[in-house]
Design a protein around this ligand. Structure first.
Ligand SMILES: Nc1ncnc2c1ncn2[C@@H]1O[C@H](COP(=O)(O)OP(=O)(O)OP(=O)(O)O)[C@@H](O)[C@H]1O
Ligand SMILES: [Mg+2]
Length: 262
């Protein structure tokens, strides 16, 4: 089944066409990566898909339903969640509290009920907490639940960012550079998390510059340059595509891509 598709999706900022008629189809349970040089439009594409920006043209479909221009909270109810290229962590809160911020999707009770401490609210808080703990466990941070985020290592914070996105129990997860700034060990941890999520049936759309990681985890790679699609295919095809090498891999990691063979 196609979980996510875009159909000639476009958005401009003034004269700049940041995303230019991008069409893609993401199969359920696979890891689908989007690569391309800085400024290619990867984050902007995520911003349009996740409802932060409204497309000028084209459509976004989740499981075949048109969700173009739906706001982020409505998309969350349809199973979409995302991380951000820049960490969106509250450093004074604990790891668990940071993740509970991502639990809103399931919360049904309102402010009055909250103020009155109705049993439904207490039960809901307990469920949010359980979901947040489960999300922390999925990224290997269960033992750090009560630690302030400010004291955690950079690699742990990158995993916490993923846990926050997992709290809404998405079936479609967009990751914007989850391994950026990570060392080799931290990148391996991110790779293992992505693999485990895919094995659990979560469809992962990955934007990442670490070519070794991309070539290792992706079922399909979509290459953007200047807002438009340059190529799409399995790792081996993309790695050997002359246009891709010229536009991107030449600068960003032909070596890493080659090393990732097998
Ligand atoms: N809100 C905005 N207003 C104006 N221009 C924007 C806005 N967001 C992005 N852009 C421009 O759109 C283009 C695509 O940017 P985008 O952040 O999507 O690139 P990217 O592929 O994610 O790059 P990187 O790999 O560096 O993260 C860039 O030229 C950027 O300056
Ligand atoms: Mg970006």
């Amino acid at each position: 089944m196609i979980v996510l598709s875009t159909d000639r999706l476009s958005i401009s900022f003034g004269a700049l066409r940041a995303v230019d008629r991008v069409s893609l189809e993401v199969e359920e349970g696979l890891v689908f990566s989007i690569i391309g040089p800085n400024g290619a439009g990867k984050t902007t594409l995520f911003n349009v898909i996740s409802g932060l920006y409204v497309a000028d043209e084209g459509r976004v479909l989740i499981a075949g339903e048109d969700v173009t221009a739906l706001p982020p909270d409505k998309l969350a109810r349809r199973g979409l969640s995302r991380t951000f290229q820049n960490l969106q962590i509250f450093f004074r809160m604990t790891a668990l509290e940071n993740v509970m911020v991502g639990c809103h999707r399931h919360e049904a009770t309102g402010l009055i009920a909250d103020l009155l401490h109705l049993p439904a609210v207490l039960q809901q808080n307990r469920r949010s907490r359980e979901r947040a703990m489960a999300a922390l466990a999925r990224v290997g941070l269960a033992s750090m639940a009560d630690q302030p985020a400010g004291g955690m290592s950079y690699g742990a914070l990158k995993r916490l960012e993923i846990a926050r996105a997992l709290a809404s129990e998405p079936r479609l997860l967009l990751l914007d550079e989850p391994a950026a700034g990570c060392n080799a060990v931290e990148t391996e941890e991110i790779k293992a998390i992505i693999r485990a999520l895919a094995a659990d049936g979560v469809t992962v759309v990955l934007v990442e510059h670490d070519m070794r990681l991309v070539m290792n985890v992706s079922d399909c790679i979509h290459v953007l340059a200047d807002g438009h699609t340059l190529a799409e295919g399995a790792a081996a095809e993309v790695r050997n595509n002359p246009a891709v090498i010229e536009a991107y891999l030449g600068v960003h990691g032909t070596r890493e891509a080659a090393l990732a063979v097998g």
